[in-house]
Design a protein around this ligand. Sequence first.
Ligand code: B4P
Length: 191
Amino acid sequence: MRLILMGPPGAGKGTQAKYVAEHFGIPAISTGDIFRANVSQGTELGVEAKRYMDAGEYVPDELTNLMVRNRIDEPDAEPGFLLDGYPRTLTQVEELDGMIAHTGHRLDAVVVLTVDAEELVQRLLQRAQTDGRADDTEEVIRRRQEIYQEETQPLIAVYRQRGLVQEIDGMGEVDEVTKRIFEALDATPQS
Ligand code: B4P
């Protein structure tokens, strides 16, 4: 199974990714988590990525694409993977197409989580209190929502044209949302 999980910041991508990945026995690959791990380890990539993340901007495509390419090449991703937060730009879509074609497989589905705009902000402000993520201030949250609308929202139409989009209502309890995703994906033919 090769899946993408999309949705605006706060839609529940990271939250749902681990359940979906476990269900299908594939690794969840979160670009946000990999960047944050690099930031906390103080790697060169982390230092570079932090500048963008703290401002709510996207990390440049070249860095992000290379990182995903290396991660997908690892043996645990051979049977499949769930991408959480990638691709986020048209350039990343093209790169991912190349990476998947190279393996001789195809993408099975793109799950898009939909959540009301105000609920998104509330969830992230709540997370700011519990996790203290540097990019969860109201100003940066608004910028992340904006950049999502400009850069990432248009990708849904691209994948919709390919017949891959499964739109899932992301409102309500976490386990209700998980159930909706499972129902949609269990009915999806796997490559
Ligand atoms: P991410 O880590 O992907 O951050 P995010 O969009 O905020 O989503 P996240 O997965 O963390 O939150 P979720 O919706 O699960 O990216 C962070 C930054 O990294 C980006 O801004 C960018 O700078 C950089 N980056 C990442 N990928 C990139 C790429 N491909 N290209 C360029 N740059 C990239 O959850 C949010 C909160 O809601 C949580 O606290 C959760 O507990 C809560 N929640 C979830 N489901 C809920 C529910 N049903 N009800 C109530 N609360 C819920």
